[in-house]
Design a protein around this ligand. Structure first.
Ligand code: FES
Length: 144
């Protein structure tokens, strides 16, 4: 009779341990993707300067890149004339897109429009795109 009670207790402990372990695994599986989404990217965001090459930026076109862990964009409106911006919309933070045919930036979230010099030309953005410092060195473009 005592042996049966011991077996039942051991089974309860074993079942409790298994369920506790399963619960921990499921909780970790649910928390990890959220943590990865919220955590800053582990890339070169600490770099204060990004080096690009002139041939990465087409004339009349745009090249998107990461600057300090955030989206940025550089455009070349005239040969050798490069201008870089944060690609983060000043309204609610969506990433703008370059519309080459219209030579402007469109924010897809609320149809904010920015000119090629970053000024607001339509929609709800309250401020121009943040301009980033650009300097040229031979075939390289230094941003930041
Ligand atoms: S976030 Fe860009 S227009 Fe709203």
């Amino acid at each position: 009779m005592d042996i049966k009670a011991d077996d039942i207790n051991r089974r309860r402990v074993l079942l409790g341990t298994l369920l506790g372990g399963l619960g921990a695994v499921l909780a970790a599986a649910g928390v990890y993707p959220v943590w990865r989404f919220l955590a800053p990217p582990a890339t070169d965001e600490a770099l204060d300067q990004v080096t690009l090459f002139r041939d990465q930026v087409p004339l009349g076109g745009a090249h998107f890149f990461n600057f300090r862990g955030r989206p940025a964009v550089i455009i070349q409106m005239r040969p050798g004339d490069f201008t870089a911006f944060s690609a983060v919309c000043t309204h609610l933070g969506c990433v703008v897109q370059w519309q080459a045919a219209e030579q402007r930036f469109l924010c897809p979230c609320h149809a904010g429009l920015f000119s090629a010099d970053g000024a607001v030309i339509g929609g709800p953005p309250p401020r121009p795109l943040e301009r980033l410092a650009v300097s040229l060195r031979d075939d390289r473009i230094l941003v930041g």
